[in-house]
Design a protein around this ligand. Structure first.
Ligand code: ZN
Length: 263
């Protein structure tokens, strides 16, 4: 539990919040880190179909409500939020999630790879939708190494937020589609970013990440992404949390077009 306490403090510290203030005013409520642990457990249960979709929905909305409350409870943070909100309107809020790449690497010609119809986060059996953008690298021999640079490609956080879940143990042969994935909750947007198919994950649940910070290295993990017919790519999804606490996919294409690039 000592570790959990430290992680919680680190998360709060990343927001420049006086940690003593948070601890005193909300000592009976779960920490941000506790919500991250709940999210990690829930998403794993959904994937393994160990929880009925209706129960998963209830738990998800309760976790999202809890996270929202934890991040809302500080005035200095709200001022920060207003500043970043104006940044977002100018299109500079987002960082392009591949280092060294631009919007021309997004699949399709106008981001039409996005198909949200039929998406259900809580029922792993539902297939056919693709509420995401795939962003490709040059990797003809499919070894996860960028043919242009001779090195791996860094996956960067599109916005600042707290890592709420990761998978690091995907193995070839596994039917799980996301491979080694990362979920990041952005309290400013009150939404979740999902970065899938990574070869290596460099963050842990409870960790605060800044926009542009390295999260992972691109890979080919995941049931379909591992197959030879699939070019090496990042699968990027954003879920807006609605007032009822449930997720709604939003197309990130416009954000990607105006995102800041990292060399
Ligand atoms: Zn995809």
């Amino acid at each position: 539990m000592r570790v959990a306490g430290i992680m919680g403090a680190l998360v709060v510290g990343g927001l420049n919040v006086a940690s003593s203030q948070v601890v005193i005013s909300n000592s009976t409520e779960p920490t941000v880190y506790a919500y991250c642990q709940k999210f990690q457990t829930l998403y794993t249960q959904i994937r393994e179909q160990r929880i009925p979709p209706d129960s998963a929905r209830l738990q998800f909305s309760s976790i999202m409500y809890g996270l929202q409350q934890r991040f809302r409870s500080n005035e200095s943070y709200q001022q920060d939020s207003i500043q970043r909100d104006s940044l977002r309107r100018t299109g500079r809020y987002f960082v392009f999630p591949l280092r060294g790449y631009t919007a021309s690497s997004i699949g399709g010609t106008h981001g039409e790879g996005y198909r949200s119809v039929g998406f259900d986060l809580f029922d792993y059996n539902v297939r056919g939708s693709h509420p995401a953008q795939d962003i490709f690298i040059s990797d003809r021999n499919q070894d996860n190494i960028d043919d242009r640079t001779g090195g791996p490609v860094d996956i960067l956080a599109m916005t600042s937020g707290v890592v709420v879940g990761i998978e690091t143990a995907w193995k070839p042969g596994s039917e799980y589609r996301g491979g080694n994935w990362i979920w990041v909750y952005d309290p400013m947007l009150h939404g979740l970013f999902y970065y899938a198919h990574n070869s290596q994950v460099d963050v842990t649940p409870g960790q605060w990440v800044q926009a542009g910070q390295k999260l992972a290295e691109m890979g080919r993990t995941g049931y379909n992404a591992y197959k030879a017919r699939s070019p090496t790519h990042l699968h990027l999804m954003y879920l807006q949390i609605k007032p009822d606490g449930l997720p709604q996919p939003i197309n990130t294409y416009e954000w990607l077009l105006t995102a800041r690039l990292s060399k």
